[in-house]
Structure formats: C-alpha cells, structure tokens
Design a protein around this ligand. Structure first.
Ligand code: PLP
Length: 407
C-alpha cells in the first residue's frame, strides 16, 4: 500500500497568500464594481529593464541558428553569468567569492527549500519569527519538526523579531545547527548592521553551525553602513551559504533566475565528526536534480551587470523605494510606528490590533489589500506588511483611501 509523507499533515492547512486571495475574491464577488488595490503579495509590477529585453531577443536569435544553438548548459550556470556575479556582487564589495562557488538556479525559493536536503535529519533549526514561510514549511515537509502546537512547530528555536529588539533577533542562548537569516527582511523590512551580523557569524563558528543567509532584497539597501553580503563579515566563508535572486533586483519574478553561494571552505560534519565540504554535496545534488537555467534567461540576468544594466536596475529599485517612502510617511502620519521601507520594499506596520482584523478593515473600508502579520508567525501578530511593489498611481490612491478610512 502506497503511503503519503505524513509530515505534510503537520502543515497548516493552506498557504498564507491563498487565504488572502480567498478573502479578497469573496469581497470582490460581494462588491462588484469596487476596485481593489493590492499591496499584499510581494510581486513586482514594473517591466524588465531594457537591457534584459535586448539580451533575451539576442539570445533567442542565437537559439535559432545551428552555429549558436545551445542545448543542455552547465547545471551550475554559464561562466559568463557566474563570472559577472563574482566580479560585480562580490569582488566589488571586497568579498572573496570565486565564480565556481556560485550555483545559478531558477529561484531563491527553490534553493532555500532544497538546500536543507544536504543536512542531517536531526539538525537543530533556528528560524526567525516572523518569517518568509518557505523556511519553516520545507523543514516541516522534511520531517525535522514536531507538530504545530499553538502556532509553533516543536523542534524549532524561534528567533523573535519584535519592536523591543528593533526586529533584528540576536543569537539564541541555546546551540543550534542550521540558522535561517534574511536581510533586508521579508516581512519586516529590517536590515542587520555589521555588528549584528558579526555576532551571528561568531555564534555559528562557536557552534559549528551553518547560516543560510537570504539576501533576496539586497539591491534595496541604500544605507552605506549596511552590509550587502554576509561575506563582508570576517569568517563568514567558513559558516555561511548566501541566497540571492534576480526576482526583486531586476523584476525577474516571472522570468526566474537566482543563485546560491557555497564557499569551498564551508564544511559540515558526519556522525563521526569528520568534516565534509558542502560545496561538493550541493554540486552533487544540483547536478543530479537540476538541469540549468535557460540560456536566454541567463543572458538577460548577465545584462544587469553592464553599465546600462546597473543604471536601469538602480532606477527600477529607486522607483519602488519611492513608493515605500510614501507608504512609510503616510502610515506614520496616521500614527503608526513602522519598520522598513528605507532599505527594503516592505513596510512593517505596528497596528496594535489583531492583524487579520486590520486586514479586513483595510479591505472593507479602503479596498486595499495588505498582508496580515500573523500569517508570517506568532510575532507578526499586531502588524501588517504593506508592499511597495505597485504603480505610483496605485500607491497614491491606496494611501488616500487608507487615510480616509482610518480617520
Ligand atoms: N526569499 C525571500 C525572503 C523572498 O521574499 C522571496 C520571494 O518573495 C524569495 C526568497 C523567492 O525568490 P525567487 O523569486 O528567486 O524564488
């Protein structure tokens, strides 16, 4: 008799954004003609930068000629893209990352979900709360947690991000092995200082742990004091994996390209205490289960590292940051304290009341969709996330409606 993976039964019934979609669809069905503005889900709205479109066209033409046609590419990514990443994202910031330590993939979501496969079943997890839900759910699926009791899975050390710690958790008192960190953070928009990241790197070194550093929103950092990469911190090459994505950097959410960095100096241990390089393990996994990102997509990704590409992606992000500034100012004027929006596309608004109730209030009175903080974890209660990914027109209209509704 075929059986299911019963770990799936421990998962909360549905994914946060399907719950939101259900409520919004019900509202729209009951109120035909009312226009709803969506500042909930973190998807980009603006088109790809022109350099990417140009590269896509050129690469498609190459695929149409026998002499330039490409079949299977290297699973780890083409050298032109890995070299560009190593040079512009790492060497330029003084980070010692080589091109062959970079694994190109079709998304940071898949990478952060898949990476736990190379670790032992009984590693001790440290996961932020609130959190990008993929870190938790993929570990639940893999059977690394107990049941969900009162909104929390047994077997996870939750790293609480609260107003009291400025939404940046410090290292736990207990030892853990696999630590998920995300800065700039989704959902809070908080960033970590050099000193805070140094504390994490030291903790990981002390406990022979691995930090999974998700910097999908790195391109939004504008404060020159804030590190863009964990590898800007001394000693991080021995304890950290970094995940990056072109999704929010260059509008690739529907185009799909990302990468994971695994330094060759990073090891994990077998039961006898012998060290094994994680680079080799991930290379084995990646080449066995993944067949590379499409050539035209990698060409489009590489185009963002040209001078024109850098300017166009910066302009794109400045546009979203302009939206974020407006949201932050408007919510502050209404008396809410807010985190984020200055080095991140998300505003984390401390509403001081039940987050689903606040979500319903904005939907019903302002026809604006936000994301209830409770959906990201227990510590998200009392907050909502407002996303800056939308047109200026929609953001301005949404803010005017919110102001009128909350008066
Ligand atoms: N990591 C974080 C923190 C995210 O918020 C997201 C997307 O919203 C991802 C990863 C997924 O990125 P990708 O589109 O590359 O799968």
């Amino acid at each position: 008799m075929i059986r299911i993976n019963e770990n799936y039964s421990k998962l909360k019934a549905s994914y946060l954004f399907s719950d939101i979609a259900k409520r919004v669809n019900a509202y729209v069905a009951a109120n035909p003609g009312k226009s709803v503005i969506r500042l909930g889900i973190g998807d980009v709205t603006e088109p790809l930068p022109p350099v990417c479109i140009e590269a896509l066209h050129q690469a498609s033409d190459e695929m149409g000629h026998r002499s330039t046609f490409k079949g299977y590419g290297p699973e780890q990514g083409y050298a032109f893209l890995r070299d560009a990443i190593a040079q512009h994202d790492y060497a330029a910031r003084g980070c010692p990352i080589a091109a062959d330590e970079i694994f190109v993939s079709d998304g940071a979501k898949c990478d952060c979900g898949n990476i736990q496969e190379i670790f032992a079943q009984d590693v001790r997890l440290a996961i932020p709360d609130p959190v990008y839900p993929v870190y938790v759910d993929t570990n639940v699926m893999a059977g690394r947690t107990g049941p969900n009791v009162d909104g929390r899975y047994e077997g996870i050390t939750y790293l609480e991000s609260t107003p009291a710690n400025g939404y940046v958790p410090s290292v736990p008192k207990v030892a853990t092995d696999l630590i998920y960190l995300c800065f700039p953070n989704n959902p809070t928009g908080a960033v970590a200082t050099r000193a805070q990241l140094t504390e994490w790197v030291q903790y990981a070194r002390q406990h022979k742990a691995v930090i999974l550093f998700d910097s999908a929103y790195e391109a939004f950092i504008r404060d020159p004091q804030i590190p863009h990469s964990i590898y800007e911190i001394e000693g991080a090459r021995e304890v950290a994996i970094e995940l990056r994505s072109f999704s929010k950097t260059a509008g690739f959410t529907g185009t799909r390209c990302a990468y994971t960095v695994i330094p060759k100096s990073l090891v994990a241990y077998d039961a006898a205490g012998n060290a094994h390089p994680l680079h080799a393990l991930w290379n084995r996994r990646h080449t066995t289960k993944f067949n590379g990102v499409a050539y035209p997509i990698q060409k489009a990704a590489a185009a963002i590292y040209t001078d024109a590409g850098k300017q166009q992606t910066r302009d794109l992000i400045d546009f979203y940051l302009g939206n974020a500034k407006l949201i932050r100012e408007a919510m502050t004027r209404l008396g809410f304290s807010c985190m984020g929006g200055d080095n991140a596309p998300y505003l984390w608004v401390n509403t001081g009341r039940d987050s689903w109730e606040f979500f319903d209030l904005l939907l019903n009175r302002a026809q604006v969709v936000c994301t209830p903080g409770a959906g990201f974890g227990k510590c998200g209660e009392g907050h909502v996330r407002i996303s800056a990914f939308n047109s200026r027109e929609n953001v301005e209209a949404a803010l005017a409606r919110i102001a009128a509704a909350l008066k």
